[in-house]
Design a protein around this ligand. Structure first.
Ligand code: NAP
Ligand code: HSE
Length: 436
């Protein structure tokens, strides 16, 4: 059988998983690729670090030029995180004639245009299934299987670390800091986990999906995003009491040919598939105008699920399939796109509001008055007795609104916070009701 020589650059969580699949399941991969995928080199920074894997001698190197200058290495799994030196290394790989497979969404979301242009001009390819949704084949599905459709909306839990943290906190009562540290130990988190928990990682993935599904080229930094800092354990409890779970939801929705994009901690009704996604699992609902809605669910982070997507891309690249789709899709190219972004303030939805208010006459009417003045209709209000160790002069007040614009919700929220009987500490979250 013919042989395609491959290399890995970056042997961390994902790179090590890729090496495991290549070395332990070579026969299976060869059957699927129609050729042997032969691991020739693996580039690391530190040869002495234990990676929990025995590599045949001569594979591990700290010298990237052993890959760049190796004329027979055709496909390289680029598994370094962050922007630099990841960007420079990817350009070097392309320039030295390698086809690249990557899981680095931060890099694609920031430099997709430059990298794809360069790959095209050099006649090379970049495959990136693992960059969104870990093991879920969402890139292939949106870019190929939905091609008879106009995608109408796309909603997903795109960050495994934050979903793991929320699940641990809500289902097991684990503290935030402990849950984050477990996510790091399990290999879910980015080297800088603040990108996971502040919504940036999900925004990078949403920018990639929005490009595939709608053709828009949006900088992930322009996507409005909030992360886990926006709520507390008690919001998880109040949401549950109201029949919802909080999930960090990435939303792309076409409204009158314009696109709403944001990443927001959102109340999702219990029982809806997105509400029931636990741990480091990701899920994405995609609605196409012909096919209707589809739900994708699977492990969105972690060594072997992500390696599964990387190796599938390596097989597609070695067998020539990537070359066909890469040329057809013309991603991050000069193609014009008529779709405009809807400013975040003009998006609409229901809201969950929580305030700490003085337990005295007239406070509720002041708050409802402000909401009414901004044309915001209230769907429900909960006020609890203070618990035993709480200051009994103050009580939590939780309000669910009917649909209103983000601008009205934000203005009303800000005005309520200025009331003398309302504490500055408050929470405002979106609520997602319809469909999945
Ligand atoms: P990681 O565990 O931090 O591994 C990154 C590896 O890159 C490290 O082993 C590091 O080497 C190596 N590296 C950094 N700079 C290098 C250089 N100049 N030359 C050679 N090696 C270099 O990260 P990871 O979790 O495997 O993630 C890799 C990529 O996949 C990231 O872009 C991440 O966003 C993405 N991703 C990760 C997951 C996941 O679940 N972990 C899922 C989907 C996508 P040392 O070991 O010597 O420090
Ligand atoms: N840090 C990412 C996450 C890895 O937790 O989802 C998968 O992209």
């Amino acid at each position: 059988m013919e042989k395609t020589r491959v290399a890995i650059v970056g042997m961390g969580t994902v790179g090590t998983g890729v090496a495991r699949l290549l070395l332990d399941h070579g026969d299976r991969l060869a059957r699927h690729a129609g050729r042997v995928l032969w691991l020739e080199k693996a580039v690391v920074r530190d040869l002495s670090r234990d990676r929990g894997i025995d590599l045949p001698s001569g594979i591990l190197t700290t010298d990237l030029s052993e890959v760049l200058d190796h004329p027979q290495i055709e496909v390289v799994a680029h598994l370094i995180g962050g922007i630099e030196p990841a960007r420079t290394i990817m350009l070097q790989l392309l320039e030295s004639g390698k086809d690249v497979v990557t899981a680095n969404k931060a890099l694609l979301a920031q430099h997709g245009e430059e990298l794809f242009d360069r790959a095209r001009s050099l006649g090379r390819t970049i495959a990136f299934e693992a960059s969104v949704g870990g093991g879920i084949p969402i890139i292939a599905n949106i870019s190929q299987c939905f091609s008879a459709n106009q995608v109408v909306s796309l909603r997903g839990i795109l960050n495994g670390t934050s979903n793991y943290i929320i699940s641990q906190m809500s289902d097991r009562g684990v503290e935030y800091v402990t849950a984050l540290s477990r996510a790091q130990q399990l290999g879910y988190a980015e080297a800088d986990p603040s990108m996971d928990v502040d919504g940036s990682d999900a925004a990078q993935k949403l920018a990639i999906l929005a490009h595939l599904a709608f053709g828009v080229r949006v900088s992930w930094r322009d996507i409005h995003r909030q992360g886990l800092e926006a709520f507390e354990l008690e919001d998880i409890r109040y949401a549950f009491e109201l029949g919802y779970r909080i999930r960090l939801l990435a939303t792309a929705q076409l409204i009158d040919d314009n696109l709403e994009l944001h990443v927001s901690p959102t109340l999702v009704r219990i029982g809806r598939p997105l509400a029931e996604v636990r741990g480091a699992y990701n899920a994405i609902t995609v609605v196409g105008d012909a096919v209707g809605d589809m739900f994708f669910h699977g492990q969105g982070a972690g060594q072997m699920p992500t390696a599964s997507a990387v190796v599938a891309d390596m097989i597609d690249t070695a067998s020539g399939r990537t070359n066909i789709t890469f040329r057809r899709l013309q991603l991050w190219s000069d193609r014009q796109c008529a779709i405009e972004m809807i400013p975040y303030s003009k998006t609409a939805g229901r809201y969950y509001l929580r305030f700490i208010v003085a337990d005295e006459p007239g406070v509720l009417s002041q708050i409802t008055g402000i909401l009414g003045w901004h044309r915001i209709s209230i769907s429900s209000i909960i006020q609890h007795e203070p618990s035993e160790n709480q200051d009994e002069r103050y009580v939590p007040l939780v309000i669910m609104t009917h649909e209103c614009t983000e601008a009205d919700a934000a203005k009303a929220h800000a005005e309520i916070r200025k009331l003398p009987s309302v504490g500055m500490h408050s929470v405002r979250l979106r609520v997602y009701e319809a469909g999945h």
